[in-house]
Ligand binder design. Structure first.
Ligand SMILES: Cc1ncc(COP(=O)(O)O)c(C=O)c1O
Length: 394
C-alpha cells in the first residue's frame, strides 16, 4: 500500500486517489490543462448537489448565497487575501476589462504590455485607444519578462503595466515583483492576468502589490467555463466600477426601491458585482477548492515542475527544442515543444494525446492528474512520431 504524506503526494509524485478523481485519464493522455480542465469527480459532485437542490426544491436561495460567501472566503484563503477583496466575475476577460476601464486614466496616459500578451488582455486596452489611451506593446523574447523588459517603455504618463503572470503561449512565469516595483517608481499600477497561474502555482495576491488580479476558473481552478474572479485590495480606490448593480451598492433600501439619493458604492470588491451569480459554478468551485486545498498549492506546483523536468530530459534526449524558459523558477505547468509541423496535431490526436498547438509549437500542459508515467508515454509517442510525421518545413 502506498503511504501518503499529508500533501496527498507520495515520493514518486501524485497518488492514485487524486488521479482517480479525473476519469479523463482512463480515456486519453490529457496534456491540455492550460486549455481547459477535465471535470473532477468531487467537483461534479458539488455541481450535482446544487442541481439536485434546484431541481427538487427550487432552491434555498438564501442558503445558496451563504454558500457563495463561503466559497468566496475559501478562494480568498487560497490567494492570501480578505474575502471582501474578491469579486466574482464571468471570466478573466471580464475582470481585465473592469480594471482597464476602471483605472481612471486620462487621455494621453499610456499602458504598457508585452507584444505577445494574451489577446483578451491586449484588447481590453487596445479598444480604448480611440478614447485617448496610448498602448505601448513591448517586444519580448518569450522566455521571461521583468522590470528591465518594460523599463524603456514606462514614463510619468504610464497608468498601468498589464501583464500575464504565466504566459499561455510559452509557459514563462514573469517576474511580477520587479514589474510592480518599476510601476510604483513612476506612480503606475500593475494589472495581472493570473489565469494560467491560479490553482497551479502559489499566488499570494495581496503580497504581489498589484492593483488588480483577474482569473477564470476553467483551468487550474478545475471548474467548467463561465466563472472568474477579480482581486482588488479594499484599502485602495484605484478602480471605479463601470457597471453598477444592487450587489455593489451600500445604501440600498429594504423595499428595493432605487430612489434618487446619491449612489454609495460598497467599499469592498462587491462593488464590481452585478446581478445574480453563476451559482452552479460557484458551488463547483467550492468542491474544487476542497480538492486543491487537500493537496496544497506548494505541493501541486512542485509536482507540476517535476513533470516539466522529466519532460525536458526526454526532449533533450530526442533533440527537440523547448520554446520558453528551461529554468525551473521561470517555468510553470506549460511547455511548448518546437514541433511546428502541421502533421503533429493529427498524429498526436490519433495516438490518444490531447494537447494544444499554439503560436510556435505544441503546448503540453500538466494538471494535478498527470504523472511521470504520462510524461514517459508522451515521449514514446513523440519518438515514434519523429520517424513517421513528415519532416519540418524549415
Ligand atoms: C493568460 C490568459 N488570459 C486570459 C484568458 C481568457 O480567459 P477567460 O475565458 O477566462 O476570459 C486565457 C484563456 O485561455 C489565458 O490563458
Amino acid at each position: 500500500m502506498t503511504v501518503l504524506n499529508k500533501t496527498g503526494l507520495n515520493k514518486t509524485g501524485l497518488n492514485a486517489e487524486i488521479r482517480a478523481h479525473f476519469p479523463v485519464t482512463d480515456r486519453m493522455l490529457y496534456l491540455d490543462a492550460a486549455h481547459q480542465t477535465p471535470l473532477a469527480v468531487p467537483v461534479r459532485a458539488s455541481l450535482d448537489a446544487f442541481l439536485d437542490e434546484a431541481q427538487f426544491t427550487a432552491g434555498p436561495k438564501a442558503g445558496w448565497l451563504d454558500r457563495v460567501e463561503q466559497v468566496r472566503a475559501q478562494l480568498a484563503g487560497l490567494l492570501g487575501v480578505g474575502a471582501g477583496e474578491i469579486a466574482f466575475t464571468k471570466n478573466t476577460s471580464e475582470g481585465l476589462n473592469i480594471a482597464a476601464h476602471g483605472l481612471r486614466w486620462a487621455p494621453g496616459d499610456n499602458v504598457v504590455l508585452l507584444a505577445s500578451e494574451h489577446p483578451n488582455n491586449a484588447y481590453a486596452w487596445l479598444s480604448q485607444r480611440a478614447a485617448g489611451l496610448e498602448v505601448r506593446q513591448v517586444p519580448d523574447d518569450k522566455t521571461w519578462a521583468d522590470a528591465e523588459t518594460f523599463a524603456a517603455a514606462v514614463d510619468g504618463r504610464t497608468r498601468a503595466i498589464a501583464l500575464s503572470h504565466v504566459m499561455f503561449h510559452s509557459g514563462q512565469r514573469n517576474d511580477v515583483e520587479s514589474v510592480v516595483a518599476l510601476a510604483r517608481s513612476v506612480g503606475a499600477e500593475v494589472v495581472l492576468d493570473a489565469m494560467q497561474s491560479v490553482g497551479v502555482l502559489p499566488v499570494d495576491a495581496g503580497a504581489l502589490g498589484v492593483a488588480a488580479l483577474a482569473a477564470g476558473s476553467h483551468k487550474g481552478l478545475l471548474v467548467p467555463q463561465g466563472l472568474g474572479f477579480l482581486y482588488t485590495a479594499t484599502d485602495t480606490d484605484v478602480l471605479a466600477p463601470t457597471y453598477v448593480g444592487t450587489a455593489g451598492v451600500a445604501n440600498t433600501s429594504d423595499d428595493l426601491v432605487a430612489g434618487p439619493d446619491a449612489v454609495v458604492l460598497r467599499p469592498d470588491a462587491h462593488r464590481f458585482e452585478i446581478g445574480n451569480y453563476n451559482l452552479p459554478a460557484i458551488h463547483a468551485l467550492g468542491g474544487a477548492l476542497d480538492l486543491l486545498g487537500s493537496i496544497g498549492l506548494p505541493a501541486i506546483a512542485e509536482h507540476l515542475l517535476d513533470l516539466g523536468d522529466r519532460l525536458i530530459g526526454h526532449l533533450d534526449r530526442l533533440g527537440i527544442g523547448l520554446l520558453g524558459p528551461r529554468e525551473r523558477d521561470r517555468r510553470s505547468h506549460i511547455h511548448v515543444l518546437d514541433l511546428p509541423d502541421a502533421g503533429w496535431p493529427p498524429y498526436l490526436a490519433a495516438s490518444g494525446v490531447r494537447l494544444s498547438p499554439v503560436r510556435d509549437g505544441l503546448r503540453v500542459s500538466f494538471g494535478i492528474y498527470n504523472t511521470a508515467e504520462d510524461v514517459d508515454r508522451l515521449a514514446v509517442i513523440v519518438e515514434r512520431g519523429l520517424r513517421t510525421v513528415p519532416a519540418r518545413a524549415s
